[in-house]
Design a protein around this ligand. Structure first.
Ligand code: GCB
Length: 644
């Protein structure tokens, strides 16, 4: 179905975006070269999890890295466009060492050109604002192992979009996907005590067959956008574990899960779980790489918004020890409700992009997470939709600590190529990496497999496979996707009847009645329904307003229009069916988007934020805040009277 929205957006962008496209075409055409990037694929080691809890064994490689901008891929291909051999001195992963002053050297690493890691490159230098292509990063480091016989992993929180990683002239491997972590085992033979040379080729060129694809409504920030660290672990170590509560009990609470070691132990080993605050300790015997865990805690305080109780859990095998703060709670869709710890839940949400708008940059740090979640809290939220890709681990950890529920999503967005098996693999990989990284975070209640994907059998099969995969990786959370709406022209009930609805646990939909289709008074005669007997969630709704622009409420982009939109929306919500369990309006703050080219009101910003790009609250913020406060008091969305 081609929605009215697509048509309107098309017309709108046609009018405003020509300048931008002309300006980036020059860069884009030179980048077709990057298509050859995948010719040497060497994937990373299985993911180490709970990185945030392994800080004592980790060495940060954050800081200043030197860089070379390489739009023609000169550091990777020779002049016949063949990939350079590993030992070719012209390859940028090999530091140039001219033997004499007559030697010709056409590249070099110079502290004059450096970028902060983590951090997107776009905000760090004016000339990179629109840059899409290849940029090489380089740094050196010393490293002394602390343990005998240990293993060392090089861990990247995320690199957008592709990374080729070289240590001391040797390729460790490659990773694709801009928002999930990856790691490589560093062979002892490569690691030196002094002057290790680490080079990363980063490329953020957009491709049709990537996830996301060419077209998104957000900025394509490039670079090593999240932390880089070396992690030293004993030869036998805990690679991953998963602990979850099976039923909402505060006495004799049953915990299940598993522990995964990096390999099967040579002989049976003791594996211990300690929770000191509960005076709990239990030892299991493990003799394979993966062991199921099942135990009972005599008493337990449940994690939930308003009471984000977390326990320090210690896990030990041999000489390896991890301690992490873990909250225990249950969540499930049951009939047409969502139950959190067995109680019906109403989600007072907001959608968030991973961006600090005031600095026009990707968010990545704990302080960034606290800023964004703090703003959501002020709005009265108990839930956030982290759109449209997995955010940094600091974000889900902060949500755990603050007691904010999370919807976490992979960037299967709009029109990725659903007919391609290669694209499916990319999406599935990102789904696996997202779930593996965060399956111990109590805050996460929904894994989302995508956003506004156009209905067709091929798409539904593709998405169904992802949903099944999410369920099999983690059966303890809801799986969903933000669906589009079937606007039944002329009828007063809009149906959310996307066939994907039969496979999700939570039927979620995006609607923009009064922004993309006519004016907000349309809400007065509109009702919503779904044929699925499942909880119903509004994953997006919103209108644009430029902070400080005041006019009458019929004037687009005025704060008054946005206020009107929210008032009509809230009135309409008073008529939502009984299975309506919450919403995450679009969006917390104005965010950068190359698709938004109104020269007066947008200038490259999507203006649907309730906070401006400078963190100022728009008038509509207070409308939603009041509504959420009412709900918080009454426990459920009130069937409110018309908004004054
Ligand atoms: C949507 C998309 C979101 C856009 C938003 C908008 O439906 O899911 O990524 O940014 O609409 O502002 O149009």
């Amino acid at each position: 179905m081609i929605s009215w929205r697509t048509a309107i957006q098309g017309a709108f962008q046609g009018a405003f975006s020509l300048g931008f496209f002309l300006c980036i075409c020059a860069v884009a055409s030179g980048q077709q070269a990057a298509q050859g990037l995948t010719q040497q694929v060497k994937e990373g080691a299985p993911l180490l999890t709970d990185i945030g809890a392994r800080q004592s064994s980790s060495t940060s490689l954050n800081g200043k890295w030197d860089f070379i901008v390489d739009p023609y891929e000169t550091g990777f291909f020779d002049y016949r466009y063949k990939e350079l051999a590993q030992n070719n001195p012209s390859a940028y992963w090999n530091s140039p060492h001219p033997k004499s002053k007559s030697d010709l050297v056409e590249f070099g690493w110079n502290h004059k050109y450096s970028l902060d890691v983590p951090g997107d490159w776009n905000h760090q230098k004016d000339q990179f604002l629109y840059y899409e292509g290849t940029l090489w990063y380089e740094r050196s480091f010393d490293f002394q192992k602390k343990l005998n016989g240990s293993k060392v992993y090089l861990y990247f929180g995320a690199v957008n979009y592709r990374a080729d990683v070289y240590l001391n002239g040797h390729k460790l491997g490659q990773h694709e996907g801009g928002f999930t972590p990856f790691n490589f085992e560093v062979p002892d033979s490569l690691l030196k005590a002094k002057d290790n040379n680490l080079v990363v080729r980063v490329n953020n060129t957009r491709h049709k067959d990537d996830v996301p694809t060419l077209n998104t409504d957000w900025w394509n920030y490039g670079g090593i956008t999240r932390s880089v660290q070396l992690i030293e672990v004993p030869e036998l170590f805990i690679r991953d574990f998963f602990l979850h509560l099976t039923a909402p009990a505060t006495k004799n609470a049953r915990i299940k899960g598993y522990v995964k070691l990096n390999r099967a132990p040579d002989k049976p080993q003791k594996f211990t779980v300690n929770i000191a605050a509960l005076h709990f300790s239990k030892t299991f015997i493990v003799n394979s790489a993966q062991t199921a865990l099942d135990f009972t805690l005599p008493s337990l305080e449940l994690w939930q918004p308003g009471h984000p109780k977390r326990y320090q859990v210690e896990l030990m095998v041999g000489t390896d020890r991890i301690t992490d703060k873990i909250g225990f709670r249950t969540v499930k869709a049951s009939g047409n409700k969502v139950l959190l710890n067995g109680q019906p839940l109403f989600m007072r949400g907001i959608a968030i992009h991973e961006e600090i708008p005031g600095e026009m940059r990707r968010a990545w740090s704990a302080a960034d997470a606290l800023q964004l979640l703090g703003q959501a809290r002020e709005l009265g939220c108990n839930m956030v939709r982290l759109a449209h890709y997995p955010h940094d681990e600091t974000m889900t950890r902060a949500a755990d600590s603050l007691g904010i529920l999370v919807w976490s999503e992979i960037p299967v967005y709009w029109t990725i190529d659903f007919s391609s098996q290669a694209v499916y693999k990319k999406a599935a990989r990102q789904l696996k990496e997202m779930i593996t990284r965060d399956h111990n975070r109590a805050s996460i209640i929904v894994w989302s497999v995508g956003n506004e994907t156009p209905v067709s059998k091929t798409r539904t099969d593709f998405m169904h496979r992802l949903i099944s995969m999410a369920h099999s990786l983690d059966s303890t959370r809801m799986v969903s996707a933000a669906l589009e709406v079937n606007y039944n022209a002329g009828k007063n009930v809009n149906m959310i009847d996307d066939p994907l609805g039969q496979f999700v646990d939570l039927v979620a939909f995006n609607e923009y009645l009064g922004w993309y289709g006519g004016t907000p008074d349309k809400c007065r005669t509109t009702n919503w329904a779904t044929p699925y007997n499942k909880p119903l969630f509004i994953s997006e709704t919103g209108a644009g307003a430029t902070y400080g622009f005041h006019a009458d409420s019929l004037t687009r982009f005025s704060e008054e229009y946005q206020v009107w939109y929210y008032k009509e929306l809230l009135d309409m919500l008073g008529r939502m069916p009984d299975n309506w369990v919450g919403m995450s309006p679009w969006v917390l703050a104005d965010f950068r988007s190359p698709k938004r080219n109104n020269p007066v009101y947008q200038e490259g910003w999507n203006r649907k934020g309730l906070y401006s790009d400078q963190g100022k609250k728009k008038a509509a913020f207070f409308i939603l805040q009041k509504y959420y406060r009412q709900i918080e008091k009454s426990g459920w969305a009130p069937k409110i009277k018309k908004q004054p």
